[in-house]
Design a protein around this ligand. Structure first.
Ligand SMILES: Cc1cc2nc3c(=O)[nH]c(=O)nc-3n(C[C@H](O)[C@H](O)[C@H](O)COP(=O)(O)O)c2cc1C
Length: 347
């Protein structure tokens, strides 16, 4: 509760300043350990055992510097990054906007981060017991983008429990073009060659893709031994329902207005994969029901970011409690059973 009050106080600050304070607080405060998870919530993603399916999405801890604090908030896994080989400042500020009325954010951060060496040093001091993923990006100036993902994979081998190849951030010009079949085959072929450890590699895609494009990505992912698909990143779409003054800022939209689009993309991926490729659902998840709906649509885990800004870190425990209650009331004994039960019928 105290931390939710802290989050409310932070929302009075300019969004990026608030983010920097949150990271500083997570590094400095002696947080109590999270409660033990309800065994019903245990799940597996591509061989990784998670005590619960609620993860922190990439972009909050870009430099892997607050992992000790984050590991105490009750997440089943934490994804840090995106990290690029070289440090880079990202886009000019302001570049993060809070659309409070819409429970949404728009960001055009542009992969601001302190680079691979600092990231590796932080990861080497990561907390024991936490499941930590490293989300890999490409520097803005790099011509051979695939080489940047390969560099990330090589430098961080043995330091992360899984890797995410992020080709879906809208704020690095040309990055999303890597989702096209030829570019993707080249990238994923080189990623497959660079793998030296058993750590699974995930691919994170945009929600702004047609069903046919998603089907093509699923086939490419399977052909190149990608272990799971993360669906999805932020959207370039601006739903007409947006009410906040900053709705026309350029960048990626996340939070509540992304939920239906991200769910639709997840369903497309589930249809194309037919159980062959594990899925992680992300985008607009802010409640136990949202998480449950993604799991019933085929996700073995989910991730959250924007809703934490509006609700505070206590949201993680609330989502888990509500999700467990929903599984029980539907007579389901595990996340796997919930996936097998098929899509939740909308009422
Ligand atoms: C400020 C901000 C920065 C982000 N940075 C990254 C990033 O570096 N890499 C990445 O893969 N996704 C990044 N994301 C996208 C999130 O990981 C997530 O996919 C997206 O926000 C949708 O989830 P949400 O609606 O729960 O926020 C970022 C999102 C926000 C709001």
């Amino acid at each position: 509760m105290l931390s939710d009050l802290g989050a409310a106080a932070l929302r009075r600050l300019e969004p990026e300043t608030a983010h920097d304070f949150a990271i500083a607080a997570l590094k400095a405060l002696p947080l109590p350990a999270a409660l033990a998870d309800d065994p019903l919530l245990a799940t597996r993603v591509a061989g990784l055992s998670l005590s619960n399916p609620i993860g922190l999405a990439a972009g909050f801890d870009k430099n892997a510097e607050a992992l000790h604090g984050l590991s105490r908030l009750g997440f089943g896994f934490v994804e840090c990054g995106s990290v690029t080989p070289l440090p880079q400042p990202g886009n000019p500020k302001p570049r993060l906007f809070r659309l409070t009325q819409d429970r949404a954010l728009i960001n055009r951060m542009g992969f601001n981060n302190t680079g691979l060496e600092a990231f590796a040093a932080h990861l080497s001091r990561r907390p024991a017991g936490a499941v930590v993923g490293a989300n890999l990006g490409a520097n803005k100036q790099t011509e051979d983008r695939a080489a940047d993902y390969v560099a990330g994979l090589r430098r961080l081998a043995g330091l992360a429990d899984y890797f995410t190849v992020n080709i879906s951030s809208p704020n690095t010009p040309g990055l999303r073009a890597l989702q096209g079949r030829d570019a993707l085959d080249d990238l994923l072929g080189r990623v497959a060659e660079a793998r030296t450890t058993a750590a699974p590699v995930f691919l994170k895609i945009a929600p702004d893709l047609t069903c046919a494009e998603i089907a093509t990505i699923v086939e490419a992912a399977l052909a190149h031994r990608i272990d799971a698909l993360i669906v999805s990143n932020t959207t370039l779409d601006r739903p007409s329902s947006l009410m906040s003054g900053d709705r026309d800022e350029s960048g990626g939209l996340s939070g509540a207005p992304l939920a239906s689009r991200a769910l639709a993309a997840l369903r497309d991926a589930a249809g194309a994969g037919s159980g062959r490729l594990p899925l992680i659902g992300v985008g607009g998840i802010g409640s136990g029901l949202d998480a449950y709906r993604r799991i019933r649509a085929g996700a073995c885990a989910v991730q959250v970011y924007s809703a934490l800004i509006f609700e505070g870190p206590g949201l993680v425990e609330r989502i888990k409690r509500d999700l467990a209650a929903r599984l029980r009331s539907d007579g389901l004994e595990s996340i796997t059973e919930a996936i097998s039960a098929g899509p939740l019928t909308e009422r």
